[in-house]
Design a binder for this molecule. Structure first.
Ligand code: FES
Ligand SMILES: [Fe+2]
Length: 387
């Protein structure tokens, strides 16, 4: 039994069964009913990545986030704490804020309709002409709040009333990547993409490198696909790392480092690129010299926004020469991303065919299969291999 087979066995998967690694049926990419169920059971219930702490640095700074039919205001309050409020006025249900980001001046969130005013923590402060009305208590009309969790400078929210605790859901992340001092890193660059494919196709594509030799000739030279090692197969956080061929290299146009190693990164990590997906919408890729991450925003069954960010140490950001060199990493990943987006959109198109029911993963895609199992588990559907 080889290592891969041993790994399957350890996870209770019978690698010999022809049905073991079936892909999701095509309905999971084409059915509006299944998508509505995903919105309900995944996007409204799980921890979603929204932004970096640095993007709302001052009290009053905010971003709004669209999730299914919901809109959330993620804001830094007067006590410097990040809060998330449903973007719904408690008077008659009007959406309060239309801007994608901005600053609430004087610490006031004001509804545009009848001018009810809330403070940054969501408390109702003024409701014109209602002060003397019997039985009207402002404390009964605070903005509805969502839960907030922060790890490594990444801000997550959860819309459920009683979610799985953040630390429990993100357990596998908690003691990882401490050498990168993630909260201290700063956004150096952002690439924005709009894609015509289902959100799951991006997660699967991110996790497996079976496609790398054909789709990514340059990436395959930097990290041969057979060198992928996965150490998290279950739960919200899954993934592993790949070894780079170039000593002290990085994922850049010439394979050389884009910047000095981040903070205390040393030893084996100088040769590795880590790839972890944080279900359902953060793809986290720490390199020795920078951190790449993607934020996926599902906007429809076959539409997503996919923003790709680069984090560097503030010293790199402040150095014009280092930032010029850093463009080699941006160029490399923009090229690689677009190679991926093309096949992901083609997969979405192909899955329209009624002739195709479902496919079969190769052993090198067991981690994409793990993504599917997390989806099925969240939906409460039966696992693929049981059919
Ligand atoms: S709906 Fe917001 S103040 Fe009336
Ligand atoms: Fe890829």
């Amino acid at each position: 039994m080889n290592n891969k087979q041993n790994a399957y066995k350890k996870r209770g998967v019978d690698y010999r069964s022809p049905a073991t690694l079936l892909t999701l049926p095509r309905e999971y990419y084409q059915s509006e009913a299944i998508y509505a169920e995903e919105v309900e059971k995944i996007f409204y219930k799980r921890w979603l990545f929204v932004c970096r702490e640095e993007e709302i640095p001052e009290p009053g700074d905010f971003q709004t986030v669209a999730i299914g039919d919901e809109s959330l205001i993620v804001v830094r309050d007067a006590q410097n704490k990040i809060q998330a409020h449903f973007n719904v006025c408690r008077h008659r249900g009007t959406r309060i804020c239309k801007a994608e980001k901005g600053h609430f001046s004087s610490g006031v969130i004001q509804c545009p309709y009848h001018a009810w005013k809330y403070d940054l923590s969501g408390g109702l402060k003024a409701a014109p002409l209602l002060n003397d009305v019997a039985d009207f208590e402002k404390t009964d009309y605070a903005l509805f709040s969502a839960h907030v969790g922060i790890w490594g400078g990444f801000v997550f929210i959860n819309l459920a009333e009683a979610p799985v605790p953040f630390e429990e859901e993100m357990g596998a992340l908690m003691n990882r990547f401490e050498d990168w001092n993630l909260p201290d890193l700063r956004i150096a660059h952002k690439l924005e993409y709009k894609l015509k494919c289902n959100w799951k196709i991006i997660l699967q594509n991110y996790q497996e490198c079976y496609h790398c030799p054909g789709v990514h000739p340059m990436l395959s030279k930097r990290t041969p696909f057979r060198g992928a090692v996965h150490d998290c197969f279950e739960g919200a956080v899954i993934g592993g790392y790949m070894e780079m061929t170039e000593r002290r290299g990085s994922m850049t146009m010439d394979g050389k480092a884009a910047a000095p190693p981040v903070c205390k990164v040393s030893g084996e990590d100088l040769q590795r690129v880590h790839y972890y997906s944080v279900f359902p919408n953060l793809l986290l890729t720490p390199h020795p010299d920078f951190v790449l991450y993607h934020r996926i925003r599902s906007v429809a069954l076959d539409r997503i926004g996919n923003d790709c960010f680069f984090l560097v140490h503030p010293d790199v950001l402040a150095d014009h020469k280092l930032m010029e060199r850093f463009q080699s990493a941006v160029k490399f990943w923009d090229l690689t991303n677009q190679e991926d987006w093309q096949v992901c959109e083609q997969m979405q198109l192909g899955l329209k065919s009624h002739r195709f029911k479902r496919g079969r993963y190769s052993p090198f895609e067991d981690i994409a299969y793990a993504v599917d199992q997390e989806v099925l588990k969240a939906l409460g559907h039966k696992p693929a291999e049981m059919e």
